[in-house]
Design a protein. Structure first.
Length: 280
């Protein structure tokens, strides 16, 4: 991992559910093991990949549909450095009952162990700046991501992400939906040994905040696209990438999205992506 991610013990991210519920986020795909409170399914739920981070306030499970999520990930050159890349998550979700997907409590983005992140090399933007001046008030080069939220039953909204350092000292990001004024806090986390054995390295841990909206009324997003990556010039003129490949990889890179919903369902959709060849 890069200098910032090696010296910081963890880093984490928080994104959300739907605009109408004041939340948003990106969730997984593919074959997933899940526990559904509404359906009474009893299959084993995937273990928590980042249990050491901030804890979400307790809420009881509520009846609701089982979410069927899919995830795809694309890794592309960022054009700034030889190994620099952009990592794009594309999550879709639908309800097995045909209506709105159940709302989420938490998402944990899982990245292949060969990916290195450099939040220490980019300016940060504080939540207070966005609250008072909007995203245009953030320092130049602090934006490290962008995407789109597709809400139920229709409609889209732009999403932007900024590098930040939280009040507790942890590095992370702020995911912002300017159209709704939503600001989501994310933190970086090191994954557990179990997940490291599976080939993952860092995780972006997102806890969706508890709101006044009853859990059963928090609709999930139909689709969320979020691409992480940015480039800038250091003081000596060298290019710096926010995300980069730490070494040559011939095999596919592994990604996942551990997802926990208000119904108690836990899913872990996974995806792979072919690493691009160095550009210089």
């Amino acid at each position: 991992m890069g200098t910032g991610m090696r010296t910081d013990r963890r880093v984490s991210v928080a994104v959300t559910t739907a605009l109408t519920a004041g939340a948003l986020l990106l969730a997984g795909t593919g074959p997933a093991t899940a526990r559904g409170a509404a359906t009474g399914a009893a299959t084993a739920a995937p273990s928590d990949p980042a249990p050491g981070g901030p804890q979400r306030p307790y809420e009881p499970d509520v009846p609701g549909p089982r979410n069927i999520d899919t995830l795809s990930v694309a890794v592309t050159p960022d054009g700034g450095t030889r190994r620099g890349v952009r990592v794009g998550f594309d999550r879709t979700s639908r309800s097995d009952a045909g209506g709105a997907p159940a709302g989420a409590r938490r998402f944990v983005f899982l990245f292949d162990e060969s990916l290195d992140f450099r939040p220490d090399a980019f300016p940060v933007c504080a939540r207070e700046v966005i609250e008072t001046a909007g995203v245009d008030g953030c320092p130049d080069e602090s934006q490290v991501g962008r995407g789109t939220s597709h809400v139920y039953p229709e409609g889209t909204a732009d999403v932007v992400a900024f590098n930040t350092r939280h009040a507790n000292g942890l590095r992370g990001a702020l995911v912002v939906i300017p159209a709704s004024g939503t600001i989501l806090e994310l933190t970086w986390e090191r994954v557990t040994a179990e997940y490291r054995q599976r080939g993952y390295g860092w995780a972006l841990d997102e806890i969706l905040p508890v709101t006044a909206v009853p859990p059963q009324d928090r609709a999930g997003t139909l689709r969320f696209q979020l691409e992480w990556g940015a480039t800038r010039r250091a003081g000596d003129g060298r290019g710096v990438s926010f995300a980069q490949l730490a070494g040559e990889r011939d095999e596919k890179l592994r990604f996942g999205l551990w997802s926990w919903f208000v119904t108690g369902q836990i899913a872990l959709p996974r995806a792979t992506a072919v690493p691009p060849a160095p550009t210089h």
